[in-house]
Design a protein around this ligand. Structure first.
Ligand code: NAG
Ligand code: NAG
Ligand code: NAG
Ligand code: NAG
Ligand code: NAG
Ligand code: NAG
Ligand code: CU
Length: 317
């Protein structure tokens, strides 16, 4: 009994040290990710400008339907939807995906800030009056029936080439704000998740309430589990969920930088997961490979557990 306890604690020291110390040393210049509510007017406009740049730069990978770099990111999500939702890889994949988006803003569009996040708990139950929907320093407002296309803002005339769902078709950004859904992002629901003691219970809590609140509260394409990254609000929403995970991890960093689990099988068709050769067990592990088809190199979940572990190097304020 005593011996196995000693062995266990040695193993945990051996595993956690590279995360907590060695790897963190290689994260020397952190990107700061701020809340949209705290950005200056200039910071907001420079982010919007960079997103519009991604929406205008030609696609590089030759994927059917993608005209721009923005479309390509959206397609990565469409392709992998059954493997990255309702599974243990949900939070790691979306962390990596938002990182890829931020990376492209910087490398392709000279963006110098960090990926902003939308602190949705501040606006829960009242998305329609949120500053993120501002027509000038935000993403434009709600859609209007029957098309539900947005009517104002910097993305009013944007033609999105991917979606809805797995379709390839030209369409507007549509929204149908729903406050019965948005209320599920309030602090009561968030705090409930923050009190979970392990990833096995934390991840489904976040996916069910704050995650659904953002998608369902905005509605339209944001509500589509496949093509939701066609609304630029997606990236602020998922950066926020990533912040919740990072905040939860920081409550017990040494344990939670290594804590991954969760079902490893797609809960809906085509039930094709796990992929052959990639993390084939029923429970998601640290060696699970995450991909954005080379837009940035493949990583494993181990590489993205720590937002300051070297592969990633950012902080939330
Ligand atoms: C980024 O900056 C470089 C160097 O100043 C410039 O050549 C390039 O056109 C800029 N790219 C964009 C998309 O603004
Ligand atoms: C929603 O926000 C508006 C504007 O800030 C405010 O007048 C209204 O009382 C809020 N409603 C709720 C239910 O919080
Ligand atoms: C959050 O919403 C739930 C359901 O509407 C409500 O019971 C709860 O009081 C709300 N919490 C806060 C902090 O407003
Ligand atoms: C951190 O997690 C470990 C493993 O679950 C646990 O033994 C330890 O008590 C936790 N520490 C704190 C401060 O909660
Ligand atoms: C993995 O899950 C599948 C499908 O639920 C089940 O048939 C199989 O027995 C499980 N394997 C293990 C090792 O638990
Ligand atoms: C990246 O990961 C995907 C999914 O596991 C795999 O199909 C692909 O071959 C990998 N690419 C490289 C360059 O390793
Ligand atoms: Cu998703």
């Amino acid at each position: 009994m005593k011996l196995s306890l000693v062995v266990l604690s040695l193993v945990s020291i051996g595993l956690s040290a590279p995360f907590a110390k060695g790897k963190r040393a290689s994260c020397t210049s952190k990107t700061t990710r701020k809340s949209w509510h705290s950005l200056t007017r200039e910071e907001k406009l420079s982010y919007i400008e960079a997103e519009k740049c991604l929406m205008s730069k030609p696609a590089k990978l030759g994927l059917t339907g993608a005209r721009t770099l923005f479309d390509e990111l959206q397609l990565f999500h469409v392709y992998q939807t059954p493997e990255i939702h309702g599974v243990g890889a949900f939070l790691p994949y979306h962390r990596f995906f938002v990182h890829a988006h931020e990376h492209l803003l910087k490398t392709e569009c000279n963006y110098t800030g960090g990926q902003p996040y939308w602190n949705e708990a501040l606006d829960a139950g009242n998305f329609s009056t949120s500053i993120v929907l501002d027509p000038e320093t935000g993403f434009g407002g709600n859609g209007v029936a029957p098309s539900n296309c947005i009517q104002d803002g910097p993305f009013k005339d944007y033609v999105n080439a991917i979606g809805p769902g797995e379709a390839i078709s030209d369409h507007c950004i549509d929204r149908i704000v729903n406050e019965c859904m948005s209320v599920m992002g309030n602090s009561t629901f968030v705090n409930q998740c923050m009190q979970m003691q392990d990833y096995k219970t934390f991840w489904p809590c976040v996916e069910a309430a704050p995650h659904s609140a953002g998608h369902g509260g905005i509605g339209g394409q944001m509500m589509n589990v496949f093509s939701s990254p066609g609304d630029p609000l997606f990236y602020l929403h998922h950066a926020y969920l990533d912040k919740l995970w990072a905040d939860w991890q920081s409550q017990n960093l040494s344990a939670r930088l290594l804590d991954i689990s969760g079902t490893n099988r797609a809960p809906f068709p085509p039930f094709s997961f796990p992929l052959p050769g990639n993390d084939p067990g029923n429970v998601t592990t640290l060696s699970h490979v995450l991909t954005v088809y080379g837009a940035v190199p493949n990583v494993t979940i181990a590489d993205v557990m720590d937002i300051q572990g070297g592969t990633l190097c950012y902080e939330y304020v």
